[in-house]
Design a protein around this ligand. Sequence first.
Ligand code: NAP
Length: 250
Amino acid sequence: MNNLKVVLITGGGRGIGAATSKLFASKGYAVCINYKSNRASAEAVASDIRAAGNRCITVQADVSVENDVVMLFKKIDAELGPLSVLVNNAGILRKQSRLVDLTAERINTILANNVTSYFLCCREAIKRMSTRHGGNGGVIVNVSSGASRSGSPNEYIDYAASKGAIDTLTKGLSLEVACEGIRVNCVRPGLINTQMHADGGEPERVERLKELIPLKRGGEPEEVAEAIYWLSSAKSSFSTGNFLDLCGGL
Ligand code: NAP
């Protein structure tokens, strides 16, 4: 069991996370799929992975809640062994809105789910990976968004700002742990075909905006998964504190 490379994918049960879970499993990783509420979807991905002969566990945990994150990492320690890769992917979006209509409750919910969660998972991963703490090193990949640069005016500045925080987290943390055997990188997807846009109130958003994309189409979750995998692999061994934009040229 301990010879296996182990990856945690937060929000690994659907969308970009599900594609990433499947890709890592196909490369021989033992996979922990974390989910918040959509158990059926997480279990469906896990059973596909197990049917292909690979090791996978699912763990329900709200990664914006500190005790849940601590429990999540303890389960991985106990059931899969030392963590090699953390993919911070879980995220939420709320209905499109101008800033003038935002409430403190909404802003704080976005920040807790999209920012505090990434910090907490990084903390627990570093405790296990860092050579300073007796670990063997590892890799963290944060999923940010092209929104961190566009600012998402008239739609969700709160979400865009949460992703700006992830860019800053990536830069600062990559420098903080560079001498501890840990690389920290980031992908910034653009418009990707997942259910997230329905949560933003417009399921057909990618279709509406695709003409603005130089490649004239939305991206697929599998295309983001490939970038995450590359940044996790030894092929990107000289890359840390870097950003890979996956926006079809937008
Ligand atoms: P999605 O289909 O809506 O999936 C989001 C996932 O995050 C779900 O598995 C959800 O779990 C999980 N999640 C949300 N809050 C959580 C929490 N507090 N604890 C644990 N899990 C939680 O979204 P997606 O499009 O694949 O997005 C994945 C990442 O890519 C996000 O960080 C998003 O911001 C980013 N992104 C997406 C796009 C895009 O166009 N789709 C573009 C740029 C960046 P449950 O299903 O159990 O609720």
